[in-house]
Design a protein around this ligand. Structure first.
Ligand SMILES: NC(=O)c1ccc[n+]([C@@H]2O[C@H](COP(=O)([O-])OP(=O)(O)OC[C@H]3O[C@@H](n4cnc5c(N)ncnc54)[C@H](O)[C@@H]3O)[C@@H](O)[C@H]2O)c1
Length: 258
């Protein structure tokens, strides 16, 4: 096995679906003891059928009390923490900046940025006692490029990169590595909804907008959730023992976002 995570205690936020689910599957297959949270009970029920050994709980990462309760459960179920995967994130609204509501702006930042902060704050004292400890924050290609029509999302993901780089320095002396994964467009229901919303907003067809997305990457295609899970496995493993503070792009070299 190229990335051996045997015995690692791992928390994946929003592990019930999408990229988080694929990361959960990959970590479990690599021997990790995984706990996930999500806000969708049905996703966690499906996960329990597929992978009965996984621990799970309902928690909204933007709520301080939910996060505190999740970590109390984690202490019981995993007995400590070696890897935090801060995966939860929402797309936020699509539209010109003057059309956006304050509520949508604040919700996007609450989940995508404050959610990571709340989990990191709880995780750090536990990671200090962990083995090969690390934090993996899901950012986005929109965290190093501008993305017109998606100001709250892009702003939140740039902030995730700033948080990552700062904490890599702050926590380096404790041996805790902190990296960000920056996915490009990941094929799946979420990106199709984003593309449909952008097509509607710009008067283009969904096919045209899909082509615009794929042409933005040098490799001319979307990435898969498994590609992101592979990078997470690497970043959490001893193979990345000296990798910290990095923007790990998995985007087929995306050069612009529209
Ligand atoms: N899908 C993409 O193309 C893409 C591209 C770049 C970055 N990302 C980032 O990757 C991460 C995962 O994206 P995804 O596409 O798998 O997401 P998704 O929309 O498919 O959602 C995955 C899960 O997140 C859960 N969730 C939503 N809000 C939550 C909250 N407040 N607390 C806990 N769980 C919550 C949902 O219930 C769902 O099960 C996000 O941070 C996202 O911004 C995704």
């Amino acid at each position: 096995m190229w990335a051996d995570l045997s015995g690692k205690r791992v928390l994946v936020t929003a592990g019930g679906d999408g990229i988080g689910l694929e990361i959960t599957r990959a970590f479990a297959a690599a021997g990790a003891n995984v706990m996930v949270c999500d806000i969708q009970p049905e996703s966690l029920e499906r996960l329990a059928k597929e992978l009965p050994a996984i621990h799970s709980c309902i928690a909204d990462v933007s709520r301080e009390n939910d996060v505190a309760a999740m970590f109390a459960l984690l202490d019981q179920k995993l007995g400590g923490l070696d890897v935090l995967v801060n995966n939860a994130g929402i797309a936020g609204p699509t539209g010109g900046v003057e059309t956006l509501s304050l509520a949508d702006w604040e919700r996007t930042l609450a989940v995508n940025l404050t959610g990571q902060f709340l989990c990191i704050r709880q995780a750090v004292p536990r990671l200090r006692n962990g083995s090969g400890p690390s934090i993996i924050n899901l950012a986005s290609a929109a965290g190093h490029l501008g993305m017109p029509g998606r100001a709250p999302y892009s702003a939140s993901k740039w902030a995730v990169v700033g948080l990552t780089k700062t904490l890599a320095i702050e926590l380096g002396r404790d041996g805790i590595r902190v990296n960000a994964i920056l996915p490009g467009a990941v094929d799946g229901p979420r990106i199709r909804a984003v593309i449909a919303a952008k097509a509607k907003a710009s008067g283009k067809s969904v096919d045209e907008m899909t082509q615009t997305y794929t042409k933005q990457a040098a490799l001319g295609r979307m990435v898969t959730a498994r590609d992101i899970a592979n990078m997470a496995l690497f970043a959490a493993s001893d193979l990345a023992a000296n990798v910290t503070g990095q923007e790990l792009a998995v985007d087929g070299l995306t050069q612009a976002l529209s």
